[in-house]
Design a protein around this ligand. Structure first.
Ligand SMILES: [Zn+2]
Length: 462
């Protein structure tokens, strides 16, 4: 009889696309057995019939470390992640200095290794000469911004030149790694802002900015270029911020033609209500601005798999800097909001409402993101031999989300005052309980760099 390190008794496990009543045993950080009446382990926890999901894998975390650690660092962000059931995250290159070379990647990996509680990797800006070296060093993938302005939209890692985009895609394609792009079209963005200021001068500047920011044509035009370049170069394009109907339509067609192009959407666009926008102002921007039809199109695209992945876009800034600078001049202001902590609760509430099923949520927030960065089935699934990354959830628990007890350094949540049903109770990362009843227990530095398994066959769909 094997002796297990940890056994979870009387659980409802999400296995093979559905919930199964069983026990789960963990040995050497991995799932060792799933079955009825497993023996006690060195430690045994009775789950009392609660649901156990694979830990979430987030492909869009802005950790702000190095360079902007007054906003967030790997210690605080990973605590927020642990509190919210996220056991692996991949962060973004818009830090100081920008992560755009092997040297800056290794420096950041070193920082994360010392501070993070959850497992991690990084997306790096694809400076062409550095791409092969970064691939060999185990980078999760690449990230390009097409939006530019004040921080966090750093002009140094913004690419608007289509020729340069083509060359970057062609170089990345050779590595088989994904390339994330934030689509935008700056000249249209600027044009729309001026138009809103003229036609609706009584709107606060941040409202005009927010309305311009989400204009369909900004995404439709840029996504059509990106998809055309991806079709030609066969890069594994992964679009972020897929909240436009034009973008969704282009994506649907490309997928239908068999191209390996994937997309994500982050909650602020379609789970923030106009009422919350009025109450919280620039803190929830650009949420609450999309038409009902557009929000419905996002849910539909998630349900049909046109949008593959949910991601947090955890993007902390201090409340003061967002509110003050947005009121003065939106073009020089930061925007974005902390998400890691309450993201799971927000979507468990959607599961309870029936907007999405628990299976769809696990696919979009755990399994598919793990596949995109090629760490599946090590991550993103409850299966024998997989890392024991788990989140225990209580689907019935009602609670009000609040800024009072958040781990993110900026100390606020865009969901202030929102009542939800469904909550994470316990987070387990590689067999270690790192959060229990809202208390983060994991030690800084216990998170580990997780590199691609390189099981994907390059260009497998063609
Ligand atoms: Zn982002």
């Amino acid at each position: 009889m094997p002796s297990y390190d940890l056994v979870l008794k009387d659980a409802r496990l999400f296995v093979d696309g559905g919930l199964v009543e069983a026990d789960l045993a963990i040995s050497d950080e991995k799932i060792a057995a799933v079955g009825r009446n497993l023996p006690q382990g060195s430690k045994t926890i009775n789950i009392s019939g609660k649901i156990v999901l694979p830990g979430l894998v987030d492909l869009h975390s802005h950790i702000r470390d190095p360079g902007y650690t007054y906003k967030e660092d790997f210690r605080t962000a990973s605590k927020a992640a642990a509190a919210g059931g996220v056991t692996t995250f991949v962060d973004m290159p818009n830090v100081e200095p920008p992560t755009a070379s092997l040297k800056t990647f290794l420096a950041k990996k070193n920082i994360a290794s010392r501070k993070s509680i959850v497992d991690f990797n990084h997306f790096v800006f694809p400076t062409i000469s550095e791409v092969p070296k970064l691939a060999r060093a185990g980078v999760a993938g690449f990230k390009i911004f097409m939006v530019r302005g004040a921080y966090p939209h750093d002009p140094r890692i913004c690419v608007e030149d289509h020729g340069l985009l083509f060359r970057m895609f062609a170089e990345i394609q050779k590595t088989g790694l994904p390339c994330l792009v934030h689509p935008s079209n700056m000249s249209l963005f600027e044009m729309y802002y001026e138009a809103y200021r003229k036609s609706q001068p009584r709107d606060a500047k941040y409202i005009s900015f927010g309305k311009a920011y989400v204009e369909e044509l900004i995404y439709g035009t840029s996504v059509s270029v990106l998809v055309a370049l991806a079709k030609k170069t066969r890069v594994r394009l992964h679009l972020v911020h897929t909240h436009s109907e034009m973008a969704i339509q282009i994506l649907r067609e490309a997928k239908h033609e068999g191209y390996d192009i994937t997309a994500q959407v982050d909650p602020k666009y379609f789970v923030t209500s106009p009422e919350e926008l009025r109450r919280l102002g620039p803190l929830v921007l650009p949420g609450g601005l999309l038409s009902k039809q557009r929000v419905a199109a996002i849910w539909e695209a998630l349900g049909t798999g046109v949008i593959d992945v949910l991601a947090t876009d955890h993007a902390p800034h201090t409340k003061k800097e967002v509110e003050e600078m947005m009121a003065k001049n939106p073009w020089e202001a930061p925007f974005g909001c902390p998400q890691l902590e309450h993201y799971l609760s927000v979507f468990l509430n959607e599961v309870n409402k029936g907007t999405i099923s628990i299976a769809e949520f696990v696919r979009m927030a755990s399994s598919t993101p793990a596949k995109i960065i090629d760490v599946y089935p090590k991550k993103g699934v409850i299966g024998i031999g997989s890392d024991a990354d788990l989140v225990v959830v209580d689907m019935k628990k009602e609670h009000v989300l609040s800024s009072e007890k958040v781990y993110s350094k900026v100390g606020w949540t865009p969901y202030e005052g929102r009542r939800v049903r469904g909550a994470p109770l316990m987070t387990i990362r590689r067999g270690e309980v790192i959060m229990e009843d809202g208390m983060v227990l994991g030690k800084a530095g216990s998170g580990r760099f997780v590199k691609p398994l390189h099981r994907r066959v390059r260009g497998r769909r063609h």
